[in-house]
Design a protein around this ligand. Sequence first.
Ligand SMILES: [Zn+2]
Length: 281
Amino acid sequence: MSDAVALPGQPRGFVASGPATARAVNVLAPNPSAMTLDGTNTWLLSEPGSDLAVVIDPGPLDEAHLRAVVATAEQAGKRVALTLLTHGHPDHAAGAGRFAELTGTKVRALDPALRLGDEGLAAGDVIRTGGLELRVVPTPGHTSDSLCFHLPADRAVLTGDTILGRGTTVVAHPDGRLGDYLDSLRRLRSLTVDDGVHTVLPGHGPVLEDAQGAVEYYLAHRAHRLAQVETAVENGFTTPEAVVAQVYADVDRSLWPAAQWSVRAQLEYLQDHGLIPGRPE
Ligand SMILES: [Zn+2]
């Protein structure tokens, strides 16, 4: 889900199905919208030479798309062995149950309600499938159940909706919290600085080749928006609706309902930090 405003990082061309790194292939879902950009990126990951693959975010419940993911694996001589979810929003997860049927795989997610099978996902988990290694990075904020997956062999991170390939994301208040989101962005920044991650494989939009630049942009954008919200409140615009009309005047109105979630998250954050009076509604 996008709060599309500007271009972070260095997008690598357009969004299209196909290989993005040595181990990651995108199968773009046919669900484009203002919120989902070009559609959901369903990621098919596999170690070169292995016949096993891992799928991250099967996407919406769209039979043709789910079958295309299976076919992409089969055409590469691979079998899907595991399904993972970055979070529970339907544009990422609604197809997971049907995809699990098609592939006979288990579904692992942070939220127990999204799992199929007895295994979840938790901070620090390392997933190894056919020689592929993925490390689970907890990144709450967009939603409370948001995860990223670090793919060290490709110096890449799969970010779901925590970082998008275009624009910025929504903090889906009240489930998503701004303080958590800022902590998650700092966690991702340390992946880029300390662990050499340079490629972002997002849940929507193009691949980004400057992961650190993208994270820095997101942090700067959040600080800028927060200052704008604080100023709007100081100028007497105190309801979320009024703040959105002030601060998101440059954003397409179809995104204002989503912007209102982010504004509620920002008002809560400012109140929690004593920067504006009162409590969120
Ligand atoms: Zn989402």
